[in-house]
Design a protein around this ligand. Structure first.
Ligand code: ZN
Length: 861
């Protein structure tokens, strides 16, 4: 049998031969002819190179199709899209794009007459994004079929539809992941692991969380998509196609489940319900059973690729097809079929699930067929309701402006004088990149008793994307929900609180009273305000203000340059400015000058050339860091690795075999265990799940090696769930007080809670003492006092919930959140919550950096 690549090459060859033989070059090849198999055929997957080539080939041959570059991926590939419409519309695309932008912002059209004028030519823009979770691979395959169908069908309905629509078909929102998945599939074909899990995630860093980054925009893919959808094309409708588990409904369509984000315009939900029902109707008409709606997935959280655009008045739709075993069929017995905790208590007919699938064989081909039916149903409905969708799109922008004009909050203000200016800049930039208008005043400006200096960023609520900005900046009060008929809290599909000012440690004022808008100008991007070194021309040492995340980056950068770096043990006053504990001292001055100048210029850090005796301080050194990475899709490891790269923390990836081999102290000063449950770290993959080299985790040998590492003077840093491993292995005088508490007593499904940090302890350096922790089923410690254990941070004593949802706050009130415990010659730093949560919680990043920086001063090497 031919290998897949060989088969493809052969097909391509055949195709070109046919072209040469006189077949019209303009003929669009069917996917089966091009790829050499039918989309969805058992065991067959179209890979990224072939999909890209197919899209280009169809675009070259069809006047209905034009390629568009959505932007780069993390690994430097391109996210591609096909714009599909009638040939006339394709010729007229620049005008249609302008119409689309005018409708997105009602301020650009003076009156109803201008709206009507635009409406005569405007087309509804529908974007379809496939398989952001790359192993949910059916949609990438279906995209080829849809492209062919829309490029070639000549029936009246399709022709009419293409006249009314601009379809943007993105065959993969995560091409890097698609390559990882198809490469692994190719390697494992014909083995017992064919179609099984991969020993890594389907993204270089964040795996599943690639679809949890749509407002924070840490990943290249998410920045590309945000730019495309807020600056290039502004779809009225965006469909994201996913897959779910194997033994429930076959297909999910909107409307989603409760709760909803109350900031969104209600029209959004009505249109989602309309279009979701149109998909369900098409599926049902084709006899496709097992379609569920109004269940499982809520739209409270704005960080999905398919929920962030809601706040920009794009109707977002999610579909989830039941998975097969990647490209291989599965058998699902009727007795194994299950409902869902949310919206489908039993696997039985009910109004949102009228036709249960009876069980049987389920294959990739079924997923492709269901996807195609859903996409057809959607496009037909958008075509039928084109006028309403366009008018409502415009109306939602207008209503957002009206609300922002007539009710509070009227604005959010971000003053320039911040504890962590880098975090404040990141906040402004992510809003701008998400399409939000941010303005600056050119003169100091007084509101009430507060004077906002030049450089204050204002996010006025009278703007079309009010809902998007408001959701990110305000406090969430999650509408607590209980599972039906019980006292058990119902878990949100994602998290309950995300308030960015809290997570990022940025002061943002909510302005509840209307005020006269001063002279303002729109910001496109903020960069640090350059500072210039102060002090004596020939100083004895340089003193650097090292608060916030930039302070940690500065320390890492100076150490990387081979300079002698210390940090002050207490506050230091120089030149009328008080440097907080952890300010950096850099010597020798001759070598340091260019480096500290760069810190001042590029990062805006205050640098002072000081004379005289150096204040009390401790030397820092570059620690040799090992970051443990298991053989699975460990998302928290990926975020930690990404964070280390961003902040120039040098590290080496540590795998099971190296840990188990022991003698870790000779190679490492610090080992970091990401937030993964201790038992999972120890057990790893079970035998038979993956090839033997990926089976088993740290095991007993690994745990013993980590214990020996600490006892020999190493620092073990544990984030969230991994802490239990160190507590047990080293017999630390620490107990997680919330472990095993039933949900009725304590429940915190991803919320922001009050955190009091002791800023006089080195692990607390550079952070706000009144801080915020991202807590998601995390830990709160009881600590037996003793000489070998110190509490660095505690959860607040009262009013603990800052944003989100927390039941039973007494369970964590005043309890230890960050603990430093000595063991043998070394120590363990336990961070009880996600200090680096999805790259969002900038206010607590430094706990991790400081745990590493203090290691070099602690260890005797
Ligand atoms: Zn998914």
């Amino acid at each position: 049998m031919l290998q897949p690549t060989a088969a493809r090459t052969f097909t391509l060859l055949l195709y070109f031969l046919l072209v040469l033989a006189g077949t019209s070059a303009a003929q669009v090849p069917a996917p089966e002819a091009f790829f050499g198999f039918k989309m969805g055929a058992d065991g067959k997957l179209a890979d990224w190179a072939a999909i890209t080539k197919y899209f280009e080939t169809v675009a070259a041959a069809s006047p209905r199709v034009e390629m568009v570059d959505v932007g780069p991926t993390t690994e430097g590939r391109r996210i591609i899209g096909a714009i599909i419409s009638s040939a006339d519309n394709i010729r007229n695309l620049p005008t249609l794009q302008i119409d689309n932008r005018l409708l997105a912002d009602p301020r650009k059209l003076a009156n109803d007459r201008e709206v009507r004028a635009i409406m005569t030519g405007a087309k509804a823009v529908v974007a379809i994004g496939c398989s952001i979770h790359a192993s949910e691979i059916g949609a990438t395959q279906s995209a080829n079929d849809l492209l062919y169908e829309l490029a070639t069908a000549d029936d009246e309905r399709t022709v009419q539809m293409l006249d009314r629509l601009v379809v943007i078909l993105i065959p993969s929102l995560n091409p890097d992941g698609h390559v990882l998945v198809t490469d692994w599939h190719g390697k494992m074909q014909g083995t017992p692991f064919d179609g099984g899990q991969m020993p890594w995630s389907y993204h270089k860093y964040v795996g599943h969380d690639i679809n949890r980054d749509a407002f924070m925009l840490n990943m290249t893919e998410n920045r590309s998509l945000a730019r495309f959808f807020s600056r290039e094309w502004h779809p009225q409708v965006f469909l994201a196609m996913h897959q779910m588990g194997t033994n429930g409904p076959r297909f999910f369509v909107p409307p989603n489940y409760d709760p909803i984000d109350p900031n969104q315009d209600p029209l959004i939900w009505r249109e989602a319900a309309l279009l979701g029902s149109a998909m369900a109707l098409e599926l049902e008409s084709q006899g496709k059973s097992g379609v569920v709606s109004n269940a499982m997935y809520d739209y409270y959280w704005p960080g999905y690729e398919d929920s962030a655009p809601l706040g920009r008045n794009t109707v977002c739709l999610l579909t989830e097809a039941a998975s097969a075993r990647l490209a291989n069929p599965i058998e699902v017995a009727a007795k194994d079929l299950r409902g869902a905790t949310r919206g489908l208590p039993q696997y039985a007919p009910q109004i949102n699930f009228p036709n249960p699938w009876p069980g049987g064989t389920w294959r990739l081909g079924d997923i492709v067929d269901y996807n195609l039916a859903a996409m057809r149903g959607l496009l037909r409905a958008v075509s039928r309701y084109q006028e309403e969708l366009l008018l409502n799109f415009h109306a939602m922008g207008r209503r957002a402006i009206e609300r922002g004009t007539n009710e509070g909050p009227y604005a959010f203000a971000i003053p320039p004088d911040q504890h962590d200016p880098a975090a404040a800049n990141k906040l402004v930039n992510l809003l701008v990149d998400g399409g939000v208008e941010v303005q600056q005043v050119s003169e100091p400006f007084k509101i009430g008793d507060t004077v906002y200096p030049v450089g204050t960023a204002f996010v006025m609520m009278a703007q079309p994307f009010r809902a998007y900005a408001k959701s990110l900046l305000e406090v969430q009060k999650y509408p607590a929900r209980k599972l039906s008929g019980s006292a058990t809290p119902e878990r949100p599909y994602d998290v309950a609180g995300w308030t960015l000012p809290y997570q990022m440690g940025v002061r943002v004022d909510r302005l509840e009273k209307a005020f006269e808008v001063p002279l303002i100008s729109r910001i496109d991007r903020v960069t640090p305000t350059p500072a210039w070194p102060l002090g004596y021309p020939r100083p004895d040492y340089y003193l650097v203000d090292a608060r916030g995340t930039a302070g940690a980056l500065a320390a890492n950068r100076l150490l990387g340059a081979g300079l002698r770096v210390e940090w002050t043990s207490g506050s230091v006053s120089q030149d009328g400015f008080t440097y907080q504990p952890g300010a950096l001292i850099v010597r020798p001055v001759a070598e340091a000058r260019t480096h500290v100048e760069r810190l001042a210029r590029e990062m805006g850090l205050r640098v002072f050339g000081a004379r005289g005796r150096v204040p009390a301080s401790t030397s820092l050194a570059r620690a040799r860091v090992g970051l443990y990475r298991p053989w699975n899709d460990a998302i928290d490891e990926g975020w930690t690795r990404w964070l280390f790269e961003q902040y120039e923390v040098p590290f080496k990836t540590l795998r099971d075999a190296e840990v188990r081999a022991g003698s870790l102290r000779s190679s490492f000063d610090v080992i970091v265990l990401p937030g993964i449950a201790a038992q999972r770290l120890v057990d790893g993959n079970r035998k038979g799940a993956l090839p033997d080299e990926y089976v088993g985790g740290l095991g007993e040998a690994g745990v013993a090696a980590l214990k020996a590492f600490v006892e020999a003077g190493g620092t073990l840093v544990c984030i969230d769930g991994s802490a239990q491993l160190a507590i047990d292995a080293l017999g630390l005088p620490v107990k997680n007080a919330v472990a095993g508490l039933p949900a009725e007593q304590f429940f915190c499904p991803g919320s922001i809670v009050r955190l009091d940090i002791d800023p006089s302890q080195p692990i607390g350096f550079g952070m706000l003492p009144q801080n915020a922790a991202f807590f998601s089923f995390s830990s709160a410690y009881d600590v037996t006092p003793g000489p070998d254990v110190r509490v660095v941070a505690r959860y607040g004593a009262k009013d603990i919930l800052m944003s989100g949802w927390l039941e039973g706050e007494q369970a964590i009130a005043g309890r230890a959140a960050v603990v430093e415990a000595r063991a043998g010659l070394g120590r363990v730093v336990l961070i009880g919550f996600r200090a680096q949560h999805r790259g969002q919680s900038m206010a607590t990043f430094r706990l991790l950096f400081n745990a590493i920086l203090t290691a070099s001063t602690e260890s005797q090497r």
